[in-house]
Design a protein around this ligand. Structure first.
Ligand code: IFM
Length: 463
């Protein structure tokens, strides 16, 4: 597929990674970190008692992942984490977001796997020694396969298993975690995993998607009081990926289509979390897919949050499909990334300001992921990634303008610390600020990371 290319200007290529002088990003309290996820970096899928996850199963099926890639080795972070953490500090990051692999820490009977627990204890202890804030996601898509064999997120029992898992982890890791996130991007787990089958476990049924979403959100809501009881000093939240939808024309039908796009991508998750109800429009879009909701479920889901994690990547331009839905109309001549995703920083600002208006109880926000993939190459020991530098600058400026408009945003995590297993796209798509050579596992700091490190060093001196 050919995408509109990005032409780097001298300024974007080598200019300072410096927010404006009056930017909130200079404040010490605004956290700047890097994010990763277990299955995407750890590898070591058969070591120390780790059980198979749905991604081991799914990626082993021919045709599901580009080039037949799997997370079996990934960045070999399970063995190389010390060096990776040295990079984190060399780059002056102040916070690190990681996820725990559920199949590494619990066996089929729900008993702890000590070796798996010890791995994460060592990681968190080292991060604390280095003075980094620790943000820990409990579920970043690697469901134990034995739970999927019993219906996965379609089975209400998985909700209770998740609460047990949250209980174990928060008892074991209490005091080592600054912020817990129950789920990463339930939209992807539900829609891509059970609605269109692009992700594990690969099921494709609209009714499954809404039921899986309900159970995911219920698992989140059931875990929050458990986390509060076991680890009271930490913050508790959830991470939602949000999408900006814009209308292809000013017609009422296309405006409605853009609204429905955002209902499907954002309100589907944020309304139950923050209003205790699913948006009615959702079922206009997908008639007959209402999930089975038991008394009290929505109250559980709407448990108060200490923060909301927002992941943002791109905008989608849509028009009415002539019925109750929308179809994408890709814009011509716009800048895109290696994923084909449009670069649209204003979408982030507009969504943040919109959420602040829509939800009177919107908790403080962390941007828990933002970044882009490019086809980065090591040339004479260096990786030039001008588009990423420009992308990050513009998205940080969008965050800053949302803060200036009154949105309470406390931090930003770049996705990702290093190139990694990009799910159905395997290793081809490189999101890292550190390059990984998958043959040798050599890490090379990209130019974008050098500039972030410079900015953070300067900020440290000023504060
Ligand atoms: O790599 C993913 C991550 O696991 C979840 N959020 C989006 C990223 C880029 O696709």
């Amino acid at each position: 597929m050919a995408y509109d290319t990005f032409a780097p200007s001298q300024d974007l290529n080598s200019g300072p990674f410096s927010p404006a002088a009056d930017s909130a990003l200079w404040r010490k309290q605004f956290l700047l970190g890097a994010a990763t996820a277990s299955y995407q970096i750890e590898g070591a899928v058969h070591e120390d008692g780790r059980l198979p996850s749905i991604w081991d199963t799914f990626s082993a099926i021919p045709g599901k992942v580009l080039a037949g890639d799997t997370g079996a080795v990934a960045c070999d972070h399970y063995h190389r984490w010390e060096g990776d953490f040295d990079l984190l500090t060399a780059l002056n990051f102040e916070a690190y977001r990681l996820s725990i692999a559920w199949p590494r820490v619990m066996d089929e009977a729900g008993r702890p796997n000590q070796k798996g627990l010890d791995f994460y204890k060592r990681l968190l202890a080292r991060l604390k020694e280095k003075g980094l804030k620790t943000f820990v996601t409990l579920y970043h898509w690697d469901l134990p396969q034995h739970l999927e064999d019993r219906g996965g997120w379609l089975n209400r029992d998985t909700v209770y298993r998740f609460a047990d898992y949250a209980d174990l982890m928060s008892r074991e890791l209490a005091g080592q975690v600054d912020a817990w996130m129950t789920l990463n991007e339930p939209w992807c787990s539900a829609y891509l995993g059970y609605g269109n089958g692009h992700h594990a476990p690969g099921l494709a049924n609209g009714r499954f998607a809404t039921q899986a979403m309900h159970h995911l959100l219920l698992a989140h809501g059931s875990a929050i009081p458990v986390l509060r009881a076991n680890d009271p000093a930490s913050q508790k939240g959830i991470v939602a990926n949000v999408g900006r939808g814009t209308a292809n024309s000013a017609s009422a039908e296309d405006q409605r289509a853009a609204h429905l796009f955002e209902v499907q991508h954002n309100a589907w998750i944020l309304d139950p979390l923050l209003k205790g109800a699913y948006p009615e429009d959702l079922f206009e879009l997908w008639p007959g897919t209402e999930p089975l909701v038991l008394d009290g479920d929505l109250k559980t889901i709407a448990a108060p949050l200490d923060f909301l994690g927002i992941n943002y990547y791109f905008r989608t331009n849509v028009e009415s499909d002539g019925g109750h839905g929308f179809t994408e109309v890709p814009l011509e001549g716009v800048e895109r990334t290696q994923m084909g995703w449009e670069v649209h920083p204003d979408g982030l600002r507009d969504l943040l300001i919109g959420f602040d208006k829509t939800y009177s109880n919107l908790p403080p926000i962390y941007i828990t992921e933002n970044g882009m993939a490019s086809d980065d190459k090591v040339v004479e020991g260096h990786v030039d990634d001008p588009q990423r530098i420009s992308f990050l600058k513009r998205h940080l400026a969008a965050v800053d303008s949302a803060i200036k408009a009154g949105v309470d945003i406390r931090g930003y995590f770049v996705w990702s610390l290093m190139d990694n297993f990009e799910w159905a796209f395997g290793y081809e798509r490189r999101f890292g600020v550190v390059h990984v050579d998958y043959e040798t596992q050599k890490r090379t700091v990209k130019r974008s990371a050098e500039l972030i490190a410079k900015f953070l060093a300067e900020r440290r001196l000023r504060n």
